[in-house]
Design a protein. Structure first.
Lengths: 252, 726
């Protein structure tokens, strides 16, 4: 099925690649900032915790975080909407052209930004170039039981579908690509296409407010496409021309 | 029958029916679990690369959300919500997600130990037979009136079992307690419902169908009663109806996470919630015309506005909004009830709802139904009841104390003296999974399984449908632990006589089945003709609930007619600042032992891994205090030291602190981290016997020390800290 992606504010690379399938819509009017998505993401993707000191240096490795901005001064102060920020899976990603090792590349099949851990040499140029600040770097061997003895038992919980990253490697949100692949494999074995709503990402699955919707942005009737056409829709830092695949719905 | 029978076989046999009796009586508890085995010898239904999913119940708080846990080769991999479960409809909170880090945690109690009240977890391990002998001796050799059971908040199967035991041998009924209940003043809410509705019950607020919601301190998006259910209700209230967007107003001295989602946050003076609710009632009655009902007759809105530090126009505008609303709803909770006049606040808000005429209507107030297999609503103990319990311990009235699922040495304010009272109890037996402060002060720790390794059921406290949530082990027990229910059953059998007669069950599952038997044949999410198929479905679907809601409508007449003597709350202490402790939205009461919960940023401050003191930037400026300056909070009860976070959305005369850190034990991730604000709380109650935890005034003293808080937000922050000042 093809769709006029120009209606989704998409031009250039995304519009040409109509097989780009996956998109996300986040309703900031519903997000309560509760951190369920952050915890779910960490549990699904084997994300390490960095402990207090490293967290203070800004080394915490949340692939998704809820940003909040104060507006005004007491008593007219408010939080201008919680804004879950994750890799926007840009159509024209600033992180991609700067990698000297081709570790962050664009997937033709899914139209996602990939991070190839075993190519990454840790220049951190991509993180430097990401306007959304969603890439996180492994400053230490956080998941190595020789460094952290407690990992021996905590590792029982690790998701076997997701690689454990080592020191010196950059990582970021993958749109739960292991779940995408699992659904694709299943659909292929049954001789059909992956249906919208057949699976979802860990963050969207957990969200108690149903603020996160994930699905096939190439199907005009899918829930995620319908929401993306909302008059409240906006893209973050759209003026940079990054063509983000995550749409935010404003409050109000 | 040998212990080789696997959990799958057990279920199949249980479903088959005929062989069940032999299975249930013939094997010990350990045979109910899937064993981790070498890859070459895979258990049935377990294939390399394939996951198996088990439905169970979340035990991180007492809300009873349904989980489906993904397991692989005998390991629990991921927690997901149970989409059929009426409480959470497939969703989870952060604490539920992180429950796996409690299961696979390096600091669990691995064996039964003779703790002997040491400072560290004892290494003197016991055999389980010896442990059961100890429990049996304690039951037999003590006068039943001097045996006490202290349990956690959840109304679960273990509470039923212990209640049955206590009842049969003539011991006092078990006491349930938890810091969450204390910090949301749960007893006050049910007492207000009892006073106005004439029945002990938990009110039910139909958030999702309301169009204008006014909350007095209820932090329902964080930890209040059943946060996942309320968050769903909030989302539906906001955006569920395409015709309109729900409007939400929160009265609270500090902008909590919940208040941060409000369209209007109104920082009223602490202790004036009851007055403001009554004033709103009067303004609404006047706006509608006609007589002002008795409840609101004696209040003067202008005085109230000035007492509460608000503008009269704000109240008038809000009253008009409520009059115009189709489905207005007002919710009382949190710190509004945790004050000297907390009961009046709860009653005023219920009366306001009665005036708005929303009782029994969509988006209104109802009375929660009893859960399946429940005789009456048993609320957790209030702080006053705990104080009585402690007094009994101190006077030597308790010879044997069994503690399960609660950590009062940490959770209760120090002033209650729980730790000292423990010293007066000759024998303390803890069933803690973690070496928490209370467990270390016990004579023996006989560790229970983690919730994901356990059988059971639990009643949902807040639900339109009566829900009995089912729990089953999703993995084999990782350590040498044993279900507390099985320990009591074995001990009772060993003791014989009235003990064995009280609990004539082969094991925990037999006990659970005896309680489920009454539901066989009932119409519900599933129906089964006999107990064994019922139990199998109960495990498969994660519980049993009715198809339709069975909410009752309270009578509005007595609520409107109640005559209030309106007065602002009295505050204790000499200090300059109102003190507002709140439960950390990310840690809850018992999350500090899980590293990923520590690593989560607090929603409003983004602080991780520590405790902070929230202070208005203007106030701090006047006192010469900056971000990360360590201050001492001093009250009549004592003092604690913590770094300041300049919080833009708090009244200048209020300081707030999160509860959840400050452990001295409870594992490596919790111990020695942050401080416990309960340490500065004094022993003052409201009329319902709840702790007036927000009814104190404290002093703030500078210490000259600095402690840099780890925050997710930029250090440049909102105030340009670190930037060149011009």
């Amino acid at each position: 099925m093809t769709v006029d992606l120009n209606k989704l504010h998409a031009v250039g690379a995304i519009a040409e690649a109509a097989e780009g399938k996956w998109g996300m819509v986040i309703d900031m009017d519903l997000c309560t900032g509760c951190q369920a998505c952050v915890a779910a993401c960490a549990m699904e993707n084997n994300i390490p915790y960095v402990e207090e000191e490293d967290a203070g240096y800004g080394r915490s490795m949340h692939w998704i975080r809820t940003e909040r901005f104060w507006e005004g001064e007491y008593p007219e102060v408010k939080i201008s909407g919680y804004q879950p920020m994750l890799c926007q899976q840009c159509g024209k990603a600033p992180c991609e052209p700067v990698c000297p090792a081709f570790a962050t590349v664009h997937s033709q099949a899914e139209q996602l930004n990939l991070q190839v851990y075993n190519r990454c040499v840790g220049t951190r140029y991509c993180a430097n170039n990401c306007p959304y600040q969603v890439r996180s770097f492994n400053w230490r061997d956080y998941q190595d039981s020789r460094v952290r003895p407690e990992i021996t038992i905590l590792a029982n919980q690790f998701n076997p579908d997701v690689t454990v990253r080592r020191r010196g490697v950059m990582e970021k949100c993958t749109f739960c690509i292991q779940r995408i692949h699992k659904a694709q494999d299943k659909a292929k074995s049954e001789g059909r296409e992956v249906e919208d709503g057949e699976f979802t990402t860990a963050c969207a699955q957990a969200c108690p407010a149903n603020a996160i919707t994930f699905g096939r942005i190439d199907h005009p009737e899918s829930l995620v496409s319908q929401l993306a056409r909302s008059p409240r829709a906006e893209h973050h830092l759209e003026e940079l021309g990054t063509l983000p695949r995550v749409t935010y719905l404003k409050e109000g | 029958m040998s212990k080789q029978i696997s959990r799958r076989d057990f279920l199949k046999l249980a479903t088959a029916g005929a062989a069940t009796t032999a299975v249930l009586t013939g094997c010990g508890p350990t045979s109910r679990f899937v064993d981790r085995e070498p890859y070459l010898k895979m258990p049935e239904y377990t294939y390399n690369g394939m996951s198996t999913y088990y439905a169970t119940t979340c035990r991180e708080c007492a809300a009873a959300c349904g989980l489906v846990v993904r397991t692989m080769q005998g390991r629990a991999i991921k927690v997901e919500g149970n989409a059929n479960h009426p409480v959470n409809l497939g969703k989870t909170c952060a604490r539920g997600q992180a429950t796996l880090q409690g299961l696979y945690n390096p600091d669990r109690v691995e064996n039964p130990v003779k703790q002997a009240r040491g400072a560290q977890l004892s290494q003197e391990t016991l055999d389980w037979n010896a442990a059961i002998q100890i429990v049996s001796d304690a039951l037999q050799n003590t006068d039943p009136s001097e045996i006490a059971f202290l349990m956690g908040m959840a109304p679960d199967h273990l509470f039923d079992l212990v209640s049955d035991l206590a009842n049969a041998i003539g011991a006092p009924a078990p006491v349930r307690f938890g810091a969450l209940g204390m910090f949301e003043a749960r007893a006050t809410l049910s007492k207000a419902a009892e006073n106005l509705f004439g029945k002990v019950s938990m009110p039910f607020f139909d958030l999702e169908n309301a169009d204008v919601v006014v909350s007095f301190g209820a932090n329902f998006l964080e930890t209040w009663l059943s946060p996942v259910a309320f968050t769903r209700g909030f989302a539906k209230m906001r955006r569920g109806n395409p015709e309109r967007r729900g409007y939400f107003v929160q009265f609270e001295p500090r902008m909590s996470q919940t208040a941060s989602k409000a369209d209007e946050w109104i920082p009223l003076r602490p202790g004036t919630e009851s007055l403001v609710a009554l004033a709103l009632g009067r303004l609404i009655a006047e706006a509608r015309g006609g007589a002002v009902p008795a409840a609101f007759a004696s209040i003067d809105p202008l005085t109230v506005a000035s007492d509460a530090g608000l503008k009269l126009e704000t109240l008038e505008r809000l009253a008009q909004t409520l009059v115009n609303a189709h489905h207005p709803l007002v919710i009382p909770g949190g710190a509004a009830l945790g004050q000297g006049n907390g009961l009046a606040a709860a009653e005023s808000v219920l009366a306001l709802n009665a005036l708005l005429g929303n009782f029994g209507l969509p988006g209104g107030v109802f009375v929660s139904p009893l859960a399946p297999a429940q005789d009456a609503y048993h609320r957790p103990a209030s702080a006053k009841e705990m104080a009585d319990f402690i007094a009994k311990m101190k006077s030597g009235g308790v010879k044997v104390l069994f503690i399960h699922g609660v950590n009062p040495v940490f959770e209760m304010p120090k002033q209650f003296g729980f730790a000292e009272a423990l010293a007066s109890v000759p024998q303390v037996i803890s069933f803690a999974t973690f070496p928490d402060e209370t467990a270390l002060a016990a004579d023996y720790i006989l560790p229970d399984h983690h919730g994901l390794e356990s059988w059971g059921y639990q009643r949902a406290v807040v639900s339109a449908k009566p829900v009995l949530s089912g729990a089953q082990p999703v993995v084999t027990p990782y350590f040498n632990t044993r279900a507390t229910a099985d320990v009591f059953l074995a001990a009772a059998a060993l003791a014989g006589g009235k003990f064995a007669a009280a609990l004539p069950f082969a094991d925990e599952v037999a006990f659970i089945q005896s309680k489920l038997a009454g539901l066989v044949g009932e119409e519900g999410f599933f129906a089964a003709p006999e107990i064994n198929s019922f139990t199998a479905y109960f495990q498969q679907y994660g519980g049993w609930w009715t198809n339709d809601p069975s909410l009752a409508t309270p009578s509005a007449a007595s609520a409107i007619a109640k005559r209030f003597t309106p007065a602002a709350a009295e505050f204790t202490g000499e200090g300059e600042f109102f003190f507002l402790p709140f439960v950390s939205p990310t840690l809850g009461e018992a999350g500090a032992n899980k590293p990923w919960l520590q690593e989560l940023a607090d929603p409003t401050t983004t602080v991780m891994w520590n405790t902070w003191v929230e202070m208005n930037p203007e106030t701090a400026h006047e006192l010469g205090i900056e971000n990360d300056d360590v201050v001492q909070i001093v009250s009549e009860a004592g003092g604690v030291e913590a770094p300041v976070y300049l919080y833009p959305a708090i009244r200048p005369d209020v300081i707030a602190m999160p509860f959840g850190q400050g452990h001295t034990a409870y594992g490596r991730f919790a111990a020695g981290r942050g401080v416990n604000p309960a340490d500065v709380l004094g022993v003052h109650f409201n009329e319902a016997g709840d702790l007036a935890f927000a009814g104190m005034k404290v002093e703030v003293k500078k210490t000259g020390k600095k402690k840099i808080l780890s925050r997710l937000e930029s250090r440049i922050g909102v105030y340009g800290e670190g930037l060149e000042k011009e």
